[in-house]
Design a protein around this ligand. Structure first.
Ligand code: SF4
Length: 345
């Protein structure tokens, strides 16, 4: 495969979780070990290499990135950063890993550190922006401003890194309007990609305390899906991919009592995609149902699960609302990613 082709594909990510390493903060919602499903691992160069090797055996021909997630990487002492990045250099040299990736706080970006990261093979930096509203950031005790997010994003981009922004709709003080302003401001920063993590209340966090005292009300699942849907559509119009919507389900996160409240759903991303498809397909089905009560939706095989919806939710609703006697979905490899057709059988 040519290098240009490799560059165009999203990489396979080998995650190395370093929950809350380097962090000197206590954001109201945060319990990194629960979110990442990783314990406070005491990584050594050998254990990191072993971990990476265990993934490399299965990753075929994808471009590969090793990602250091869950901490504030650039706040780690330089020796610790060197230990993590240094331990995977041999994979970079052998071409088994193509680049490195890390996540950090927007107020922890220094020019001298960026040069070091570049020299060590880091290509992608994800910034935990969470919001671009100063009042929301303050209520979440993030300890940085929206200006820090803007300045960090520009600095990281100036140095040629691919930049990702992580946003958390539904933090204390957030509203639909405030969140959509955050989306628009994020678009203006032209990140390479975005992740959306609707806020959930985890046990033993300051947010749980606020929630129990009636001082914080999380988004409902329906609200969170609607907000994320609107955000995804705005990012899509700007050509910015949303590469994750909703927290990754993990055994730790799904342990009873870990999630106290909030819009967690193990298939949250699918709920959002299905809702977007529903908006697009419903009017076409409605029109076609005037002619026939038996209909077929043709689309790319990769889109059919989202079109049908979680547990066939869209199909069941369309059947009932439009009084259809049959509604099939058929994969058509010639149909483009976002296209569909409705016919009779
Ligand atoms: S969200 Fe990040 S900065 Fe905030 S407490 Fe957790 S690890 Fe620290």
């Amino acid at each position: 495969m040519k290098t240009t082709e490799i560059e165009l594909r999203r990489p396979l990510i080998i995650p190395v979780f370093i929950p809350q390493e380097g962090c000197r903060h206590r954001c109201v919602y945060c319990d990194q070990p629960t979110i990442t499903g990783a314990s406070q691992a005491s990584w050594s160069p050998d254990s990191i290499r072993e971990h990476v090797r265990s993934y490399l055996g299965n990753c075929g021909r994808y471009p590969v990135q090793v990602a250091f997630y869950g901490g504030s990487f650039t706040l780690l002492p330089e020796a610790r950063q060197r230990l993590f990045l240094g331990s995977v250099q041999e994979f970079l040299k052998q071409g088994l890993v193509h680049s490195l990736r890390l996540s950090t706080r927007p107020d922890a970006i220094e020019a001298s550190n960026l040069r070091f990261l570049q020299n060590m093979g880091v290509k992608t930096i994800e910034l935990g922006a969470q919001s671009l509203s100063d009042s929301v950031l303050k209520a979440a005790a993030r300890g940085h401003s929206s200006r820090d997010v803007c300045e960090a994003t520009l600095k990281v981009q100036q140095y040629g890194f691919e930049t990702g922004l992580q946003l958390m709709p539904g933090l204390p003080g957030d509203s639909r309007e405030t969140f959509l302003r955050t989306v628009d401001k994020s678009i203006a920063l032209s990140p390479g990609f975005v992740r959306l993590y609707p806020t959930v209340v985890l046990s033993s966090t300051p947010l749980e305390h606020l929630y129990r005292r009636g001082r914080y009300r999380p988004l409902s699942l329906k609200q969170a899906v609607a907000w994320c849907k609107e955000a995804k559509q705005r990012f899509a119009s700007a050509g910015i991919p949303v590469i994750r919507t909703g927290l990754q389900p993990t055994v730790t996160l799904e342990q009873p009592g870990r999630i106290v409240a909030g819009p967690y759903h193990p298939a949250f991303g699918q709920l959002v995609h299905s809702s977007i498809w529903s908006d697009r397909i419903s009017p076409v089905l409605k029109k076609a149902s005037i002619q026939s009560q038996r209909l077929v939706i043709h689309a790319s095989p990769y889109q059919l699960a989202d079109i049908r919806g979680h547990r066939n939710g869209n199909i069941k609703r369309w059947m009932t609302e439009l009084k259809l006697t049959s509604l099939e979905t058929v994969g058509c490899s010639q149909t483009g990613g976002g296209e569909f057709r409705v016919t009779t059988p």
